[in-house]
Design a protein around this ligand. Sequence first.
Ligand code: UD1
Length: 365
Amino acid sequence: MKVLSIVGARPNFMKIDPILRAFDRRPGRFESRLVHSGQHYDDAMSKIFFQELGIRQPDVYLGIGSGSHAEQTAAVMVGVEKLLLQDRPDIVLTVGDVNSTMAATISAAKLQIPVAHVEAGLRSGDRGMPEEINRLVTDAISDLLFTPSRDGDANLLREGVAPEKIHFVGNVMIDTLLRCRDLADSSEVFKELRVAKKGYALVTLHRPSNVDHRPSLEKLLGALNEIQQRLDVLFPIHPRTAKRIAEHGFQPQVDAMKRLKLTPPLGYVDFLALQSHAAMVLTDSGGIQEETTVLGVPCLTLRENTERPITISEGTNRLVGSDPERIVKEAFDILDHPPKVGRIPEYWDGKAADRIADVLDCVIP
Ligand code: UD1
């Protein structure tokens, strides 16, 4: 079976790695190639993940770079279409919900090449989020839908997807987390950043709705200012957010916060180590809501909604929105009354990629 897998942005890399490994464990059956669109191109957003996770080098790098949504989507579609016409794989595999995911899916579907989408069925119900549009389009035209949790199956069925296309396989991102836990245990990052285990809050912010508009970013920085009065706050900063802080003139405010430590984006292993030993994590990322659930670390999600409700119903996640008073109150509440550890969702067990390979083996001739 010729499988062409497509990745483009940071959160794709830890999802594709276990799947490529599962294919490699079945060498007579899968002939797999990897395409990197180049949506993320900085070493800290891309190369380091290939190095640390030992992901095979992409067979093709499209180098599309940054741009508007339409520009990025179009560039990936054109690049992927050319490859598909040359390569004619039996199936295209896409992961996650970034622009590269949707674009590659459209190109393949138009050429009548079957698409398997990993992390299907997640819905925030918020079409103001670019990822929600990507999820809806990708799932509507994919042929095999691999869901990470049963709510994904329910969402797809409600949208009229045929049940035989849907396969609940679990969470591939957790396959990578479990494989890398030992590596994270030996990380030197605590010494390098001079923080004590359990003595800091870890922050990530990059959603356009939080960082692009001046008033939203200002409010969130205000909340971080309060929180850093009580403990160290580590903030590995996404390039989008770094740009906005500079553009909106917030650098002096950031510099004035004595216990706020900004770092460039970190590699997978150091970031996993920091998540594992954080007093709490504050984030607007999707994947981090899942990782903190498995690690049993309290997570405050600074958004109004989540496409990953299982991290709230079973895990350690709380949706707190973007009101600074609420964020600070919830953060202090975690410090004063450490919450109970949640439960690990079904099939978030390190074997999701093997389930995917098994399904493909069964359904593709
Ligand atoms: C993208 C995904 C988002 C994912 C996030 C993870 C979409 C719509 N969004 O958002 O779902 O959560 O990745 O990081 O696909 N930039 C760099 N270096 C890079 C990449 C980007 O400096 O290597 C800067 C550029 O100025 C770019 C901006 O960051 O314009 C945003 O990058 P982009 O890929 O458009 O979106 P993200 O915010 O990273």
